[in-house]
Design a protein around this ligand. Structure first.
Ligand SMILES: Nc1nc2c(ncn2[C@@H]2O[C@H](COP(=O)(O)OP(=O)(O)OP(=O)(O)O)[C@@H](O)[C@H]2O)c(=O)[nH]1
Length: 364
């Protein structure tokens, strides 16, 4: 019991999802008789379900402290694991599910983590003897502590009104070690691809077609600002203003791939980190979003429009990048609003000036 208590104490002392995950695995691995513990994210991409092995490559490592971590992570179709698929289907109506099965002499238990009606993660435990009721109870309790703590961490990363990632989370991207960034399934997939392809080091989002590295895609940052928002507040009151923010946030969530990351950056300003093949595709995605917002009828308020500035990531630091997108945004604000503008194109035409290069030091 004592090692488990120590594990729980360590778990609740973590401040990042990546460390919390490692911590629950090492805690469960301390149980006597457990031969392996693995963790995978359950990822839905392009209407298909995948399993992303985060710790272990499918054979599962004994304890993830060995450093296997995401280095050998692999994305596999869920269909290759029918029992796990059945376990997820079985757990659909539950907050979390625990399911045991035997694979020859090895007994397997899956713990499935449900979050906002979505199966997020699975922890797999293997041992050479059947799981007793007492053992399952203990495992479930440890997993529950993990889930509760995961939710707390998640809440601290998000904006209370819109549910989008908050400014603090965006700012932390600059300072986190690369290994800590990708706590989401998408982030893990991105990290895996990035390691092979020299992607932008500060981006923790974005997987293209699963199983096929989208080497041609690059990272883009867009700043999206609601036009004349002060007037909306002044005319209809802050409650209606808040509702506009919430509805715009929902349109943003719908307007991007689940692998892109959307932040509420300021009051009525949003930042999106997205991957796209080229300028034309990025423009198409952002223009589609602009039109969707302009076409939406907001209760009482009627039409709301947004202005968008965006820039290609390249080698710029995140601070420089946001400054670039901001310059494009302010060009739009000065030139009629309700449009989008690409920083590099404006720069080429001499319509904006390049920001002074930021002297910040990347800490990874
Ligand atoms: N309702 C509400 N209003 C907010 C929130 N955060 C910031 N605001 C308001 O957003 C308004 C932003 O006003 P401005 O910066 O002048 O921008 P704007 O009116 O959109 O003008 P342009 O950006 O030039 O189109 C201010 O009145 C803020 O008080 C919030 O969480 N809820």
């Amino acid at each position: 019991m004592q090692p488990i208590l120590q594990g729980l104490a360590q778990m609740t002392g973590q401040r990042s999802h990546a460390r919390l995950e490692r911590s629950v695995i090492t805690t469960l691995a301390r149980l006597e008789g457990v031969v392996s513990v693995g963790m995978m994210d359950l990822v839905r991409l392009s209407e298909a379900d995948y399993v992303l092995f985060k710790h272990g490559d499918g054979a599962f490592c004994r304890v993830c402290e060995t450093g296997c971590g995401a280095e050998i992570a692999g994305l596999r179709p869920l269909a290759e694991y029918p029992e796990l698929g059945r376990a997820i289907a079985h757990g659909k109506r539950q907050a979390s599910a625990i399911l045991s099965t035997a694979d020859g002499d090895v007994h397997v238990t899956w713990l499935i983590f449900w979050h906002r009606q979505q199966a997020l993660q699975c922890v797999e435990l293997r041992q050479n003897r059947p799981f007793t009721a007492e053992r399952l109870e203990l495992i479930a309790a440890v997993f529950q502590v993990y889930q509760n703590y995961h939710d707390l961490l998640d809440d601290s990363e998000r904006d209370a009104l819109t549910g989008l990632y908050n400014r603090k989370t965006f700012d932390e991207l600059r300072f986190r070690r690369a290994s800590d960034i990708p706590h989401t399934p998408q982030g893990q997939a991105a990290l895996q691809r990035r390691r092979g392809q020299g992607d932008h080091p500060e981006f923790s989002h974005g997987a293209g077609t699963p199983g096929q590295p989208d080497a041609d895609e690059s990272d883009w940052l867009a700043v999206i600002d609601i036009d004349n928002f002060k007037q909306i507040n002044d005319r209809f009151g802050h409650l209606y203003g808040d509702e506009v923010l919430l509805l715009v946030a929902n349109l943003l969530k719908q307007g991007f791939r689940s692998t892109d990351r959307v932040f509420r950056y300021g009051g009525e300003e949003f930042v999106v980190l997205l991957r796209a093949a080229d300028l034309a595709t990025t423009e198409h995605v952002l223009e589609r979003l602009r039109q969707a917002i302009a076409a939406h009828r907001f209760p009482q308020v009627g039409q709301v429009t947004v202005s968008i500035g965006f820039s290609r990531a390249g080698d710029a630091t995140l601070s420089t990048l946001i400054e670039q997108a901001d310059r494009a945004l302010y060009y739009v604000k000065r030139n009629g609003k309700n449009q989008l503008a690409h920083y590099e194109s404006l720069l080429e035409r001499g319509l904006v000036q390049a920001p002074v290069q930021n002297q910040e030091v990347d800490l990874f």
